[in-house]
Write a protein that binds this ligand. Structure first.
Ligand code: LLP
Length: 384
């Protein structure tokens, strides 16, 4: 089954471009909202997945907070109207100006990853005569069994405070008067479809809380990060990820203390399925061993296949002719500029419309201008 796209409205548009189905985005947001509110969970949209200003404004309408990893993301979130008290700021390397920006806006908290970072935040907060609220990002040492580039919670990753260092960090915290510890933060990886690692995370967080209790430390906020995956093989089958089951796992396996707030930072699961990269076939090239469908989109528009060997479903929207086998490639002067090898596609012709599906997350935002190419534009189903 192919997606349903309004080709007639696209004739005047220059390809490649991102096309966002705002009805699907809104339905997804309704689902997240209902599923999280059931347990009083707080959701902060992970801006890194897609910071398109219209997408941010739509997400903001649903009352979510924002999970930011740079000063630029904080600015984008503020411009889209996210309230500062719902902004969390993570990242292993926060620059001074980024910390100052967070302090000036009194964001909810800094997710801190090391003692040197705590010391810098303490110093910058002191200069502003403010108390910075922080959550410790702890590396829970749980393998989410996802792509090695997007696994974040195992011991060797650069992310988070290792469990065996936690006591040292807590000791140092007692000496930093401009820091207030309000929470713990975790994130085990992205595109996680198996719920077992999330269950393990719940047990690990319980253990850590017990460790903290021995020192009389209790935290008000637990943030389980993001990571829920989506179905790249069948974007139309269940376009809205199963948020009910996801949140239920945490509800069943983690009992929050009274007055404790539980937070999540989904990115991909909210925006991936509503976006497609739309392109046209420039040439069909018959090599001696392979047939290539050469698109006007390349890895500058969507880098996930080249960078992570990620699979995106590709559809020829213009043809119902018998399927043929193609390598679907872009125009960029690198062999890695290939969206997929040996894919069955309805027979392709110059000018055919091609949809590269499930590209709403980590698509437009990771675009580059390599080869002096233009950044892809974005169009929305409700504004065409
Ligand atoms: N919170 C933290 C601390 C994160 O590092 C991430 C993603 C998220 C939340 C959101 O995770 P999500 O719900 O989207 O899985 N560019 C890669 C994905 C990188 C994810 C980085 N961190 C890709 O295209 O697959």
């Amino acid at each position: 089954m192919k997606g349903n796209f309004p080709l007639s409205k696209w004739e005047r548009l220059q390809t490649p471009f991102y096309y966002y189905d705002t009805e699907l985005l809104r339905n997804t947001l309704d689902t997240v909202k209902a599923a999280s509110e059931k347990y009083n969970y707080h959701v902060h949209y992970a801006v890194k997945a897609n910071a398109n200003s219209r997408i941010l404004s739509i997400v903001r309408e649903y009352g979510m907070g924002a999970d930011c990893v740079s000063g630029g993301e904080i600015q984008a979130a503020l411009e889209a109207g996210f309230p500062p008290e719902k902004i969390v700021f993570a990242g292993v390397g926060k620059a001074d100006w980024e910390i100052n920006l967070g302090l000036e806006h009194n964001i909810l908290c800094f997710n801190v990853e090391s003692i040197p970072e705590l010391e810098v935040i303490n110093e910058l907060a002191q200069a502003k005569e403010k108390i910075a609220s922080v959550a410790l990002r702890i590396n829970p040492e749980i393998d989410a069994h996802t792509h090695s580039f997007i696994t974040t919670g195992i011991k060797e990753n650069k992310f988070g405070i290792n469990l065996d260092q936690l006591d040292k960090v807590l000791d140092r915290l007692t000496e930093l008067p401009y820091i207030k510890l309000i929470g713990l933060h975790f994130h085990i990886g992205s595109q996680v479809l198996d719920m077992k690692p999330f269950k393990k995370l719940c047990s690990r967080v319980k253990e850590i809380q017990q460790q903290l209790a021995k020192r009389d430390v209790a935290v008000e906020h637990i943030n389980f990060g993001g990571g829920l995956g989506i179905d790249y093989d069948h974007p139309n089958r269940e376009p809205i990820p199963d948020f009910e089951t996801y949140f239920e796992v945490f509800h069943k396996h983690f009992a929050a203390a009274p007055n404790q707030q539980i937070h999540f930072e989904p990115g991909r699961s909210i925006v991936a399925q509503c976006g497609s990269l739309i392109s046209r076939v420039l040439y069909v090239k018959e090599g001696s061993e392979k047939k290539f469908a050469i698109l006007d989109a390349g890895f500058t528009d969507l880098i996930r296949p080249a960078l992570y060997d990620a699979y995106h479903k590709i559809e020829n929207l213009s043809s119902d002719e018998k399927k043929e086998t193609y390598d679907v490639v872009g125009p960029i002067c690198e062999s890695s500029d290939c969206f997929v090898k040996d894919m069955e596609l309805n027979k392709a012709h110059r000018g055919d419309w091609i949809a590269i599906r499930s590209a709403g997350a980590y698509g437009e935002i990771m675009a580059s201008q390599y080869n002096c190419r233009s950044l892809p534009k974005a169009y929305f189903s409700d504004l065409l």
